[in-house]
Design a protein around this ligand. Structure first.
Ligand code: 5RP
Length: 223
């Protein structure tokens, strides 16, 4: 099976976690796009979605799924999103699509995080995927030096030759060379650095369930 087919498989499988009558939290990325496409088949059973990015909002609306502002609704029963890496405890690295801050906000508003991913995303230790960190631009140079002191190499993410600007008007740095052996402590620590908006480690908002696409079908991991 191709990676695209595995993404479609888990996107479809995630429908079982959507409760009819409930607003669903929706993440961002190519795997979530498959989920959004599948969700269209349930659009008459749900009031709509809370979205974690402008890109997902556009896709949801194009399929006729209403999108609510996060602050206009209460707690969500489920949040469905992809990951760049997930470990055996459900800790994740996210932000490959630059939507990490809103993803963490919607995840925090949800009772259960269901991660959908192909099996290339399952890792022993987080850190091989360049860690996305959303930063306020005036702090970038200092944050880059702070990561260097931890052994990491940080680069500003570019789009069309200029720093990528997130949905929140900020920049992203991607950090290589880290081995994140204690994701909870790492997330807490980096989030204290002035100018860090969000670090792409999701340990405090970890997955409760991961639907992993494998060549043998969907494997369900619970944490
Ligand atoms: C976006 C994300 C995505 O969930 C992550 O990058 C995985 O994306 P994909 O499903 O395209 O592999 O965190 O900010």
């Amino acid at each position: 099976m191709t990676q695209d087919e595995l993404k479609a498989l888990v996107g479809q499988a995630a429908l079982q976690y959507v409760t009819p009558g409930d607003i669903v939290g929706v993440g961002t990325g190519s795997t979530v796009n498959k989920f959004i496409d599948a969700l269209a088949s349930m659009k008459d059973q749900i009031p709509g979605a809370v979205s974690s990015s402008e890109a997902s909002t556009l896709r949801l609306k194009a399929l006729g799924i209403p999108v609510f502002e996060a602050q206009a609704v209460g707690e969500l029963s489920v949040y469905i999103d992809g990951a760049d890496e997930i470990d055996a405890a459900g800790h994740m690295v996210k932000g490959g699509g630059a939507a990490l801050t809103r993803e963490k906000i919607v995840a925090a508003q949800s009772r259960r995080f269901v991660c959908i991913a192909d099996d290339s995303k399952l890792v022993k230790t987080l850190g091989a995927f360049p860690l996305p960190v959303e930063v306020i631009p005036m702090a970038t140079a200092r944050i880059v030096r702070q990561f260097a002191a931890l052994g990491g190499t940080a680069q500003v993410r570019l789009k069309d030759g200029a720093p990528l600007v997130t949905d929140n008007g900020q920049h992203i740095i991607d950090v290589t060379g880290l081995q994140i052996t204690d994701p909870l402590a790492f997330e807490s620590s980096i989030n204290q650095w002035p100018g860090v908006v969000t670090v792409g480690v999701f340990a405090h908002q970890k997955a409760a369930v991961c639907l992993l696409g494998t060549s043998e079908g969907v494997k369900t991991l619970t944490f």
